[in-house]
Each structure stands twice: as C-alpha cells, then as structure tokens.
Design a binder for this molecule. Sequence first.
Ligand code: SF4
Length: 82
Amino acid sequence: MTALKSIFADHGDPYMPFPANTPTVDDLPGLDAGLAQRMSDRGVRILRATDAGELLPRVAANRDFFECRFCPWAERCWGLPT
Ligand code: SF4
C-alpha cells in the first residue's frame, strides 16, 4: 500500500490524495489485508508499466467482450495497435 501511495503522491494526482490520516488496515476491521496488499501491488505494477510506456494486455481478445462494451475507454483501447 505504501508503494501505491507514493506513486500517487509522485504524480500529484489530486483525485487520489492520501493524507497523513489515511486509515491503515489496522483501522478497518474486517478488511482482508492480504487482498488489499495484492490489489495495491497490482496497481503499482500497472502504474509502473504505464510510466515505462508499456502497453498492457487487454482483458479480452475481442472488442465485443461484455466488459469492453461498457468500458468508457473502449474507443481508445481498441484503437491502439496491439
Ligand atoms: S476496452 Fe476497457 S475493459 Fe476492455 S480491455 Fe480496454 S480498457 Fe479493458
């Protein structure tokens, strides 16, 4: 989680502020800390790959996959070369 917070801080993203009083996993009873860490690690990998200019694989092989049909980024995503 710390790595993800520092990446957002480095990018100055105003939509993802992590103020000093951000709750930790200890403050959130019932939170699956292992799952939270895995999702945080996944986010870090995505952001680092994006910074490196890597084009990550799509979630589907075809544009008509149901998630892509409702995705607001579909036009851009499927317009990029593979
Ligand atoms: S269209 Fe959206 S959901 Fe589908 S692969 Fe691209 S980014 Fe992912």
